[in-house]
Design a protein around this ligand. Sequence first.
Ligand code: SIN
Length: 343
Amino acid sequence: MNTPTSSSSTTTAAPLPRIAVLATGGTIAGAAADATNTAGYQAGVVGVDQLLAAVPALSTVARIAPEQIASVDSKDMAMPLWTTLAQRINALVAADDIDGVVVTHGTDTLEESAYLLHLTIKSDKPVVLTAAMRPASALSADGPLNLLNAVTVAANPGARGQGVLVAFNNKIHSARDVVKTSTYAVDAFVSPEIGALGWVQDGRVEFQRGVVRPHTFATEFAIGADWPQVEVVLSYAGVSRLAVDALVSAGVRGIVVAGTGNGSIHASLVQPLADAAAQGVAVVRSSRVGSGHVMRNGAAADDALGFVSAGSLNPYKARVLLMLALAAGVAGPVALQKTFDTY
Ligand code: SIN
């Protein structure tokens, strides 16, 4: 009779990835008095532990390390909080026991924060932002599934080296491309023209294209306390030169113009902006249209006027890049144009 052999070895499953979840506020952490209310609520009042408790399935995807970084409505996002957030993420991704980071954020300035992190996080570990269009208290709140999907993406090896990502409504976007396009719809985020990188659904992650421009560890940018003053000016029918003159007198380092069409600029603004550029203010032409790109020397004579073209960056992302470039010591329209052509 064969005696069963006993073995002292047991098979141990590999531990789940350890993902830090950093909460900053937003509608995903919003609450209203009534579950039917999706517009009149207070953003950023639900804490990270409560957000996580609403998604028990997270424990099957990752080991979560939660942190409450802030509790803001992201319309009020400011540079000191960007500094805190980027520095904390850089510290976390440098640690051996963290495999990725998820940031919960408001939708209003998510595209700006995401691009800032895309340019300043020094790691190839996944960093994924998510948000919600409906408060946590709402019927059919979209936050819990967005959070589960963001953690699922951050825990997926395919997300490594793709730069900062945005997981929203089952889509995975590059931080460089994604923009908010609706005031209320749960599919508010798109990457105009170029499309999403991939999708996440029911635990499955699929990337369908990669990110071409340099990002994260491959940029020359670093987060510091120095935020050069850069403002956005809008071109529209009947605009006066008042805003440009006030900004130049106030000593701004840069002006991003949200131009019409292909970054065209109202005649009343062209000379004041050219004078500003001649005085050393960085002037970047972008478009208020919402998709497409701005051709250098297309709708304005950039070479002659000393302007820079933002390419396919919208005005708000162009402002982020311009602040980082100026802080890194990039100076003059030729060098700045190279920066915009690179990132
Ligand atoms: C916010 O951006 O914090 C409020 C709006 C939202 O998250 O949808």
